[in-house]
Design a protein around this ligand. Structure first.
Ligand code: ZN
Length: 207
């Protein structure tokens, strides 16, 4: 147990240590670093944290990060609204956008079905996808989820929910890292996997 010379220092270290991937040792280094730097640096950091939390919201249509009710991608008339790419989280939208190969819109699930972690379909943005498809003309759904058991389960669940709609259902090529492995995917491979997406065949699943 570390004995802190100041209660304020201890509180700051505790807060930093709550962030993902930051252990107590790193948290301590960060706080001591800020104390050594000019006060403006800490003020800027504090302001950025408060501002991002207060001013960023999620798009009413696709659940992407937005500063307005409807995000800039959903508002873009040059994009094809009848083509929806379903992704696990916002990082996937950013990765696919950086390929410059996709001109449809998105639907961010905010996770994948994972009974082990207590995440069922109701915890995800699936009902809003169903509603979106029943209220609008949608030609194709592209599932761009990780190729894990959880990813496959989620794809199959959404496929079942949507199979009565007259829409094409496709997935990106197997083996393309997405979701948690996103940082290992290069833009060319990811871009190609969207362009060369394959029709979904649930019969190949061993469910
Ligand atoms: Zn949107």
């Amino acid at each position: 147990v570390i004995s802190f010379p100041s209660k304020l220092l201890e509180e700051a270290v505790n807060e930093f240590a709550k962030l993902p991937g930051i252990g107590r040792r790193t948290a301590m280094r960060m706080v001591l670093h800020l104390l050594k730097e000019k006060e403006e640096k800490s003020t800027a950091l504090g302001k950025a944290i408060i501002s991002v939390r207060q001013n960023i919201r999620y798009c009413d249509i696709c659940h992407n990060i937005s500063e307005t009710e409807i995000c800039s991608l959903c508002n873009d008339n040059s994009r094809d609204n009848s083509l929806i790419c379903v992704v696990e989280d916002i990082r996937d939208v950013m990765a696919i956008e950086s390929t410059n190969q996709y001109k449809g819109v998105y639907h961010v699930l905010n996770g994948i079905i994972s009974p082990m972690d207590g995440i069922g379909p109701n915890e995800l943005n699936i009902e809003s996808l169903v509603k979106r498809i029943s209220d609008n003309y949608v030609k194709e759904i592209i599932m761009a989820l990780s190729t894990t058991i959880e990813g496959d389960t989620t794809i199959f669940y959404i496929y079942k929910r949507l199979k009565d709609f007259n829409i094409s259902f496709s997935t990106i090529a197997k083996g393309v890292a997405i979701g948690d492995e996103l940082e290992y995917t290069d833009e060319i491979t990811l871009g190609r996997s969207i362009v060369n997406r394959i029709p979904y065949d649930y019969s190949i699943l061993k469910i």
